[in-house]
Design a protein around this ligand. Structure first.
Ligand SMILES: Nc1ncnc2c1ncn2[C@@H]1O[C@H](COP(=O)(O)OP(=O)(O)O)[C@@H](O)[C@H]1O
Ligand SMILES: [Mg+2]
Length: 337
């Protein structure tokens, strides 16, 4: 995007949010994302107060060509707003939006108060309390949005979810592993047809800030919001802990404990009548996601070739001969050490 275009758009957003900016503003790009332009805004009047502007890109910054409609920014903002109504402070406040251009101004989370969970985990600071808080918050959002026709209509983003998640993560595996055709297609079909709760769609530690003081999570980056299968969210996040357990063998015991805390706190927040079916779908999704982050269209950046080989062999064993337990992969990882 051209710089002056960005400037104009931010000026308009600040106006919409009733934030005076007659003396201009400074912008600093925020790193980390692949699907949006995202900047921190500071006003000369008060250098300590910042805002965040985010604009969805039509083409994602990944190796393969990957296009996605910019309207996903509107669903992201709707998710942040909806989640904030269920659990205050669980998401940045939405301050202004330009729905046509897929652009929004949101609350900025300053590094003095918030740490990205991914940074903490990769630094070896694995605390099961963090995982437990994430699981409880996620389960609370899922459980508060169960079987809700209004939300199902507001977030009927099935086409987007297919394009951003089911196709690149799962469908792309079939070319490489033709023998998994039936298993993977069945996962795609079951996930796609389950319309149960409000899903975030990208519950990864890189999209979760933790408040330094309380260890309470703040979720960002809800571009894949969808009314669908909540097990996608929990499996997605559990998978990241497994990948990190392979990447950081010295911390694998703590990471697997965090896995258990995350899963149990999430499941406990869901109605007991649903727990069996949720456990079964989570167990089925997990090995497919594990393999997808190595051989799908959006591989994680931190694994070396030997770690990727380990992920492949454990995931394929489970996909070809499913144990139907969420703990099958963690147990296999434990047995490596
Ligand atoms: N509200 C915010 N406050 C502070 N930093 C943020 C905020 N939103 C995003 N960031 C930073 O920018 C990075 C990319 O933002 P994100 O919304 O995840 O974009 P993408 O969709 O491109 O992944 C995040 O990992 C985080 O470091
Ligand atoms: Mg992100």
């Amino acid at each position: 995007m051209k710089d002056n275009e960005w400037q104009n758009e931010i000026t308009n957003l600040l106006k919409k949010a009733d934030i005076p900016c007659t003396n201009g503003f400074k912008i600093k790009p925020l790193q980390g994302g692949v699907s949006s332009d995202i900047v921190r805004i500071s006003l000369p009047e008060n250098e300590n107060v910042h805002f965040c502007a985010k604009r969805a890109l039509p083409k994602l910054k990944v190796k393969d060509e990957w296009f996605a409609p910019v309207e996903r920014n509107n669903f992201e903002m709707a998710w942040l707003t909806c989640a904030g109504q269920i659990l205050p402070k669980i998401a940045p406040k939405v301050l202004a939006q330009d729905e046509k251009r897929g652009l929004a101004l949101i609350e900025y989370l300053p590094p003095k108060d918030y740490t990205l969970w991914k940074d903490k985990l990769l630094a070896g600071k694995v605390e099961s309390n963090d995982a437990q808080n994430v699981g409880t918050a996620l389960g609370t959002i899922h459980s508060a949005t169960l079987h809700n026709p209004e939300l199902a209509a507001r977030f009927s983003t099935d086409t987007l979810f297919y394009a951003l998640r089911l196709d690149p993560y799962f469908k792309s595996l079939i070319d490489r592993y033709p023998d998994l055709n039936d298993a993977i297609n069945s996962i795609i079909d079951t996930t796609a047809k389950t319309r149960m709760a409000l899903v975030h769609g990208d519950i990864s530690p890189k999209n979760i800030f933790l408040r330094n003081e309380t260890a309470q999570p703040v979720f960002i980056d809800a571009e894949c919001a969808w009314y669908g299968d909540p097990t996608f969210d929990i499996a997605f996040c559990l998978n990241h802990l497994l990948l990190k357990a392979i990447h950081l063998p010295a911390h694998s015991t703590e990471l697997l404990t965090a896995f258990e805390k995350l899963y149990q706190s999430w499941l406990t927040a869901m109605p007991s009548s649903l727990q069996d079916e949720l456990a079964a779908r989570t167990a089925t999704l997990l090995p497919a996601l594990f393999l997808a982050r190595v051989d799908g269209k959006s591989p994680v950046e931190y694994l070396n070739e030997s770690a990727r080989e380990t992920v492949r062999s454990l995931a394929l064993k489970e996909l070809r001969n499913p144990q139907s337990s969420v703990y099958a992969l963690p147990h296999s990882i434990e047995a490596l050490n």
